[in-house]
Design a protein around this ligand. Structure first.
Ligand code: CUA
Length: 322
């Protein structure tokens, strides 16, 4: 499933809206480049051709006032260029901007938090964080992914350059974005609106996979948390459920139902911790619980002040959440 991670560039689009954006960008850049070349060549030509010469004897050349044809040309040409840019821009915006989900689309609510992403697949019955999974659009009868973008606190912005344009997540408002991925891969994205201390570490990943793999992932996410009966796991679960962990985190199928922090039901199905600041492994889990500030200064998760043995037990429990 986890294939190579692609460098984020708008010039290598892997989704329909991103392709539309790069086509539009290329056209506008090309028009501007032609204007730049024509204007700068004319300037260079005039500077050279009409420069002061030794035999001018200090006299000014004859001054010409007005010129109907040339004035018409330099008015009409820019008007036409602006009209073309206007029509192309309007058409692009109308294509990209959808306020209603297209038929057959997969609806996901993405909520921005300081400083992580919540992805609620409400129609499929589960919630996850920081790593969005989308099916490849190989079946044209299926609709695209349609994201409802919301915020729990301040303004954030969802941006995965290869998949779509930027769209802000604004408190008390729902914005929309659609993605129709055309190539499998893991795409990296980033919050694109300054939202506080850890804005730069509000990273996200989008895993685009063939529909069968996506459906397998969905079935695994839909399961309630695995109930591992190993002693260390049971001890860790007891610590987790008796301390403040549960006031912020949910583990579906257990009494933990906090909503302030990421859902941990299938924590180990994610590859990173803290919205992409560290790989999700035992060492980082221990570090994260002992001192979240160490990995992500300013993180909303408090240091849990647990005994070392309790931390190890909690990590055993977290590692059982496959
Ligand atoms: Cu969220 Cu910047």
């Amino acid at each position: 499933m986890e294939s190579r991670i692609l460098t984020p560039s708008i010039f290598s689009p892997a989704s329909v809206p991103a392709e539309i954006i790069v086509e539009y960008t290329t056209l506008v850049l090309a028009i501007c480049a032609v204007i730049f070349v024509v204007v700068s060549s004319l300037i260079v030509y005039c500077v050279a051709r009409f420069r002061e010469r030794a035999d001018d004897n200090g006299r000014e050349p004859p001054q010409i006032y007005g010129g109907g044809r040339i004035e018409l040309a330099w008015t009409v040409a820019p008007v036409l260029i602006v009209a073309v840019l206007f029509v192309v821009t309007a058409r692009t915006i109308l294509t990209l901007q959808k306020d209603e989900p297209p038929p057959g689309s997969l609806q996901i609510t993405a909520t921005g938090h300081q400083w992580w992403w919540e992805f609620d697949y409400a129609d499929l019955g589960f919630v996850t964080a920081n790593e969005l999974h989308l099916p490849l659009m190989d079946d044209t009868s299926a609709g695209p992914a349609f994201l409802n973008l919301e915020s729990q606190d301040v303004i954030h912005s969802f941006w995965v350059p290869q998949l779509s344009g930027k769209m802000d997540l604004i408190p008390n408002r729902t914005n929309h974005l659609w993605i129709a991925p055309t190539e499998s891969g893991v795409y990296v994205g980033q919050c694109a609106e300054y939202c506080g201390t850890q804005h730069a570490n509000m990273l996200l990943r989008v895993v685009v996979e063939p529909r069968a793999d996506f459906e397998r992932w969905v079935r695994e996410q839909q399961r309630p948390a695995t109930n591992d009966s190993a002693v260390s796991v049971a001890v860790g679960r007891a610590v987790f459920e008796e301390t403040a962990c549960v006031s912020c985190h949910s583990v579906r199928g257990t009494p933990a139902n906090g909503t302030f922090g990421p859902d941990l039901t299938h924590l180990m199905s994610r590859t990173t911790l803290g919205a992409g600041v560290a790989t999700n492994d035992r060492a980082h889990l221990i570090e994260w619980i002992t001192s979240p500030d160490h990995l992500k200064p300013g993180a909303r998760m408090p240091a849990m002040q647990l005994e070392p043995a309790q931390i190890l037990a909690v990590v055993d429990y977290l590692e059982s959440l496959q």
